[in-house]
Design a protein around this ligand. Sequence first.
Ligand code: SAH
Length: 223
Amino acid sequence: MAWRSSGATNEELVNNLHKNGVIKNDRVRQAMLGVDRDHYAPRRPYEDCPQPIGHKATISAPHMHASACESLLGHLNPGSKVLDIGSGSGYLTHVLAELIKPHGTVIGIDHIQALTDLAKSNMCKSKEGTELLDSGTVKFITGDGRKGWPEGAPYDAIHVGAAAAEHHQVLTDQLRAPGRLFVPVEEDYAQHIYVIDKKEDGSLERKKLYGVQYVPLTDAPTV
Ligand code: SAH
């Protein structure tokens, strides 16, 4: 599905993702129309592919952002609490905030300070993004996302934007019941998206979805 949905403008990109069936729900479409990807991707913002943002990180492809929102949508409602691990450019953090505002919170966490600074300055390129930061609807934290962020738990939804080497129980521990974790997991030299639901009784249900290619969740660089 990569490449097919590119457009000349943000609106064209989002409408192509919708036409191609990647965006199914109008709430996701409206949220992505409300965030100009040009504020987050340094070049070719409306191409449906990942782009480098420095520090060995990439802004993920629009079709991956769209399918993460589609998958988490049942847990993204006004007032929801969301954790976005590996927030990188801040693009998805902003889109998630569009889906839970005005009363919820989205915490973006990245282990590279320069990237949490970049995410904040990217959000400040729009009036809407600035308001989300000023109101505390969006917060960026610098830290090791493999530990989640217990201070803000429990979360209705947790998105992981880098590939995990294992199922991190610490993350499902921080989910509300019900709640959902969307995480790329690396196993046998391949990566797949897993969706892990914590049901109302606290039990977990894991589903393996499709193959992907993400940068890995790692130790923080030492320089
Ligand atoms: N969702 C982001 C994806 C950025 S790429 C976007 O679309 O812009 C993955 C990000 O994960 C990088 O920014 C990288 O710095 C971050 N990352 C890698 N390991 C991490 C860790 N242990 N804790 C927090 N962030 C991590």
